[in-house]
Design a binder for this molecule. Structure first.
Ligand code: ATP
Length: 234
């Protein structure tokens, strides 16, 4: 785990009409960690996911990415709700995302192989099946695989646990943590504080668009702070 910030946000603010979604957010995504962003419904998690991804340009503030040597980070988002092409097969879902990123030919075959390796064996054997035939947990893993196909430096996953049975949540999260062990930087948007604290190396608590607490789950004093921040105003 490096100390380099792969993504650095400073003073980020965003509103939708009159609704404040993010306010003066400073955030460093450190290389090789699983960073959890947690907060209640409407705290601003999905908005922050879009800003980190670079697809949402915030009204205020700056976003800088750095992978060293002057390179900028390639970020990839597995969005809330998955947004799969249900009538397409698993392989086709991955291919469409690769094509969209300009990946074809030999690099595509290489990426497909590496990404398929990450999937659980029961999915690896069903690459020609349509996405509609998959369970919720399997669809979530395909959505993450689709984000992985472009070979990102930072993978951002927005609420993968939504609607999944607990055993499947564990499976998805185990696989995300494995990616970080292999050196990928992962940002996980997770509504449940307890789950963010058990899975992530670092946790940011958002409350009404503000970073209300930030620390490492292993630090006992942070657990108290995080809980107070998460539930403040309730
Ligand atoms: P959830 O867990 O419900 O997805 P969240 O923590 O991801 O919530 P955001 O989706 O980022 O939070 O929303 C932050 C705030 O901005 C909320 O008050 C939400 O209602 C509002 N908001 C988000 N998207 C829009 C939009 N397109 N138009 C208007 N308001 C929006």
């Amino acid at each position: 785990v490096g100390e380099r910030s792969v993504i650095r946000l400073r003073g980020v603010g965003h509103t939708y009409g009159g609704v404040v979604a993010l306010r003066d957010v400073d955030l460093d995504v450190r290389e090789g960690v699983v960073l959890g962003v947690t907060g209640a419904n409407g705290a601003g998690k999905s908005t922050l996911a879009g800003v980190l991804h670079g697809s949402l340009h915030p009204a205020r503030g700056s976003r800088v990415t750095d992978i060293g040597g002057g390179g900028t980070a390639r970020t990839s988002l597995a969005p809330e709700g998955r947004a799969l092409f249900k009538t397409l097969s698993l392989r086709e879902n991955l291919e469409v995302a690769a094509y969209a990123a300009g990946i074809t030919g030999a690099p595509l075959r290489e990426r497909l192989e590496e990404t398929t390796e990450w999937l659980p064996p029961r999915l690896r054997d069903r690459m020609s099946t349509s996405a509609a035939a998959l369970s919720g947990g399997e669809q979530q893993m395909l959505a993450i695989a689709r984000a992985l196909i472009v070979g990102p430096d930072v993978l951002i996953v927005d609420e993968p646990a939504l609607g999944l049975a607990p055993a499947l949540v564990d499976e998805v999260y185990d696989r995300l943590v494995r990616l970080a062990h292999d050196g990928l930087t992962v940002v996980l948007l997770e509504q449940l504080l307890s789950r963010a604290m058990s899975v992530c190396h670092e946790v940011v608590v958002l409350h009404e668009g503000v970073v209300a607490a930030q620390g490492r789950p292993g630090d006992p004093s942070f657990a108290v702070l995080a809980e107070a921040a998460y539930f403040s105003g309730d």
